[in-house]
Design a protein around this ligand. Structure first.
Ligand code: SF4
Ligand code: SF4
Length: 101
């Protein structure tokens, strides 16, 4: 039996394979920080494959959102138990563009 080759790629290398057209003036993800402040588990910090959500270094009750890195998979909007995420597809021509696949 041939040995299966398993190489791990760093997240940054994986994300390099995608191209983004960010719309800084119109973020397509907005969280309700008042809801987030009462959310203990903060699943958004672990479910996002692109690590878009991070704990706010200035206030761990809040989350920061790097919407420009979003892969538009939709996981976070399903996973948030408190409906704290307002998520819309970016306007046409904006957002993620897949280079390979
Ligand atoms: S899971 Fe939802 S409510 Fe909780 S911190 Fe994340 S976005 Fe906010
Ligand atoms: S849609 Fe997917 S990639 Fe974008 S922020 Fe949500 S979980 Fe992350």
């Amino acid at each position: 039996m041939s040995e299966m080759k398993t190489e791990k790629m760093a997240l940054a290398d994986k994300l390099y394979r995608t191209k983004y057209e960010p719309d800084a003036a119109h973020p397509h993800i907005v969280v309700d920080q008042a809801i987030c402040a009462n959310c203990k588990e903060k699943v958004c910090l672990v479910v996002c494959p692109a690590e878009v959500y991070k704990a706010d270094p200035n206030d761990p009750n809040k989350v920061t959102v790097s919407h420009e890195n979003c892969l538009e998979c939709g996981t976070c909007r399903k996973a948030c138990p408190f409906d704290g995420i307002k998520w819309l597809y970016p306007e046409g021509g904006k957002g993620v563009k897949y280079r390979f696949g």
